[in-house]
Design a protein around this ligand. Structure first.
Ligand SMILES: CC(C)(COP(=O)(O)OP(=O)(O)OC[C@H]1O[C@@H](n2cnc3c(N)ncnc32)[C@H](O)[C@@H]1OP(=O)(O)O)[C@@H](O)C(=O)NCCC(=O)NCCS
Length: 328
């Protein structure tokens, strides 16, 4: 089979739509109850610059020009500049004919061109089944670096009794971009989030965050149609934020919401602040996005404290995921 792999050029909407359709069909085939991002959002994401990241998209075509797969290569610009995060996909009817291999070859060229030395790819599928992406990554010299589990919560049915906020702390919340006064503390918590959660063999380096990057990390999802609801806890004696969480849904498909980060500063763990953040934010989210039906969350399989909180709230496991490292 002869394949053609082209770099997608911004503005070429027909190719982007075909790229999206291939990815969407791969998602529907490979996952249970997990839709791809909606087309309207993918369009907005592709037409804007993601903060602190350069993105390249590749389009896989058959000899006759039909688009049957593609890839996205995300290149961190502020830290972890050795890494390219990749998503390679082939529509199910066209698999096992070398299309994925052709794409990966082009991905490697792009990554080398940007001075990267390793690829990180995520694969996932139903519990107990090895996803095709894992076999593919292994066949290409990769190694599994971090095991994760995706859990889902029935948001409308969940019993979300608010736990009391422990003495010495106060909770606050916002929707969208936080006040400027919170940005420096949130930047510090983002750095902690990049190193203080289990990362397996990923060798992820501390991320560099400041107030500007933190602001942009809320503004950009908003431009792309995402509603982000956040809750934080403040240590009253010092006045500093010592934990926060973000939960997001696309306004194009509000029924599916996604748990983003949740972190409690190391010095303030053991007081139940994780559960406070989780429950208060889910409650606020349910009010802000009444169309939301379920929340998806991914945790490292060894992250037992976070998993205990999620299970207590009612999240149930649906899929196993893995981060793979692929050599260049
Ligand atoms: C992973 C994926 C891109 C592979 O696409 P593909 O076009 O089937 O890949 P190739 O035909 O080039 O496969 C190359 C080799 O990978 C291995 N492989 C791929 N899929 C496999 C599967 N389902 N079972 C076992 N081995 C598999 C085989 O060794 C295969 O060579 P062979 O067909 O000669 O035995 C495709 O299954 C997909 O889109 N999956 C969902 C997205 C994903 O997981 N991407 C992760 C990328 S790391």
């Amino acid at each position: 089979m002869t394949w053609r792999v082209d770099r997608w050029q911004r503005g070429d909407e027909p190719s982007l739509r075909a790229w999206f359709d291939a990815r969407d069909s791969a998602f529907r085939h490979d996952h249970r109850g997990l839709p791809d991002d909606p087309w309207e959002e993918v369009r907005l994401v592709a037409s804007t610059d993601r903060p602190a990241t350069a993105t390249e998209r590749l389009v896989l075509r058959t000899e006759s020009g039909d688009v049957v797969g593609g890839a996205q290569v995300d290149l961190p610009l502020e830290d972890n500049e050795d890494v390219a995060e990749v998503d390679v996909f082939v529509a199910p009817p066209h698999r096992r004919r070398g299309g994925g291999t052709a794409l990966l070859g082009a991905v490697r060229e792009v990554a080398r061109g940007h001075g990267r030395t390793r690829l990180v790819a995520e694969v996932g599928g139903p519990l107990g089944e090895e996803p095709p992406g894992a076999a593919f990554a292994r066949a290409h010299g990769g190694s599994a670096a971090l095991a994760e589990v995706r859990r889902v919560l029935d948001l409308q049915g969940a019993q979300l009794d608010p736990p009391p906020v422990p003495g010495g702390y106060e909770a606050l919340g916002w929707t969208g971009t936080p006040d400027d006064a919170l940005l420096e503390d949130l930047a510090r918590l983002r750095v902690a989030m990049s190193v203080d959660v289990p990362m397996g063999d990923l060798d992820w380096k501390p991320e560099r965050w400041d107030a500007g990057r933190t602001r942009a990390s809320y503004e950009w999802p908003h431009e792309c149609g995402r509603t982000v609801v956040s809750t934080a806890v403040r240590h009253t004696a010092s006045g500093r934020l010592v934990g926060w969480t973000d939960l997001a849904a696309s306004r194009f498909t509000p029924e599916h919401a996604y748990q983003w980060d949740l972190l409690v500063d190391r010095d303030h763990r053991g007081h139940g602040l994780g559960l406070v953040l989780k429950v208060l934010n889910l409650r606020r989210f349910r009010e802000a996005c009444p169309g939301s039906r379920c929340v998806h969350t991914w945790n490292a399989a060894v992250n037992r404290h976070m998993i205990a909180i999620n299970e207590a709230v009612g999240f149930r496991p649906l899929e196993e995921w893995e981060e793979w490292l692929l050599p260049l």
